[in-house]
Ligand binder design. Structure first.
Ligand code: SF4
Length: 383
């Protein structure tokens, strides 16, 4: 298999949100310090990509995804010149999708026009909620009006593939509040919606507040109702539910994320970025100083390389592909691993079919409606 996707991690944000467990840092508010650190990081990223290209072919790359963090915290000229660098190194005629993540309050009409002109053709905007009280409580640096304005500006500047990210199951969130956010999002008419239930990690402010009983989360039943509202409202508005947490208008699936869900090869650059190729997983160091020091010495900033056994690759392929509602194509699995997934996981599959969580339809194994919100139980059968 060839590497099909390139991920580039920009770890800077305006401030740290209270639930955030991503590898991201608040960037200095001081213009000169901010610019200098960003320049140094981008130089290291270029260095890493050049180093990777010495050993690895990126000729078959179909998607690029610049995520974070908040890539749009960088200056327009920095982002445009980084894209120019990528164009000089990669075969852009094959690139079908180039996504940039953005947060409201860090985009303007000029910046959006320039990014589109530079070659990005998909934008993923972190809205999360359209309730001003909730946004403040979450520690977001924007309000609902700025979030709506970011989507409108993207449309105005000609972006034809706009994703919005949403979170539900938030502390103090009622189903009515969530439905209000969904109704407002529908008015913005994005092409794609990614919506995740909140998962709290202990190392975040909210994780600690939860352990100390300073915040409470909605009961499971209430979260399930929010999931049902999400399903209903998006389907009523013409969205196709194609992955556990992702919905799109026709032809607007995320091609980049689909490569992950198909468990195909991808390369990641930047701090903490993961890669998967040659049956190995690679993880970059998470620390920005270690990352830059390593590249300054001409070394790949790797923290870990893990050889995956055939067993592990089969199991990962099963649960990644089951995330997609198109499911695990039986013949694809057989062609890749030389065995039918039904023969390989007979007992687990039988148990899940009996529980009504998956079904085997024509050529594929798929989650049922009942199995989608219980997908983690399903995946455990294949680990
Ligand atoms: S904007 Fe995103 S990456 Fe940055 S702190 Fe908030 S949740 Fe984390």
């Amino acid at each position: 298999m060839m590497i099909k996707a390139l991920y580039i991690h920009i770890p800077f944000c305006l401030a740290k949100c209270k639930y955030c467990d991503f590898n991201s840092y608040p960037l200095s508010v001081f213009e000169r310090t901010r610019k200098r650190l960003a320049e140094a990081y981008l130089a290291a990223l270029r260095q890493e990509i050049l180093l990777l290209l010495k050993d690895i072919s990126l000729d078959e790359i179909e998607t690029i995804y610049m995520g974070g963090g908040t890539p749009t915290i960088l200056d327009t000229d920095q982002l445009v010149s980084f894209m120019e660098f990528l164009k000089s190194q990669l075969n852009f005629s094959r690139i079908q999708e180039a996504t940039i993540e953005a947060n409201p309050g860090t985009v303007s009409l000029e910046k959006l026009l320039a990014l589109k002109g530079a070659g990005f053709n998909r934008i993923s905007i972190g809205i999360q909620s359209l309730d001003n009280w909730m946004l403040g409580f979450m520690g977001r640096t924007h309000n609902a009006e700025e979030a709506a304005a970011a989507v409108s500006m993207a449309r105005e500047t000609g972006w034809e593939n706009i994703n919005v990210d949403l979170i539900y199951g938030l502390p103090n969130q009622s189903t009515a509040m969530w439905e209000d956010t969904l109704a407002k999002v529908m008015q913005l008419n994005p092409d794609h919606v990614s919506s995740y239930g909140l998962k709290l990690e202990n190392n975040t402010p909210w994780g600690r507040d939860y352990s100390n009983r300073q915040i409470t989360l909605p009961e499971d039943e209430a979260v399930y109702k929010m999931y049902e509202s999400l399903q209903r409202i998006l389907k009523d508005n013409g969205y196709i539910h194609y992955e556990i947490s992702n919905y799109c208008k026709t032809q607007k699936t995320s091609k980049h994320n689909s490569i992950y869900w198909q468990n195909e090869y991808y390369l990641g650059a930047g701090i903490g970025a993961a890669s998967f190729y040659n049956s190995q997983r690679f993880y970059n160091v998470k620390d920005i100083d270690l990352y830059m020091d390593s590249l300054a010495k001409g070394l790949r900033p790797l923290e870990e390389a893990i050889d995956l056994t055939l067993e592990e690759q089969m199991s990962e392929t099963m649960f990644m592909k089951l995330r997609l509602l198109s499911g695990m194509n039986i013949l694809d699995f057989k062609n890749r691993f030389g065995i039918s997934p039904i023969d390989k996981y007979y007992d687990g599959i039988k148990k899940l079919v009996d529980l009504g969580l998956i079904h085997i339809q024509r050529d594929a194994i798929r989650l049922t409606e009942k199995g989608i919100p219980l997908a983690n139980l399903v995946f455990m059968e294949f680990v």
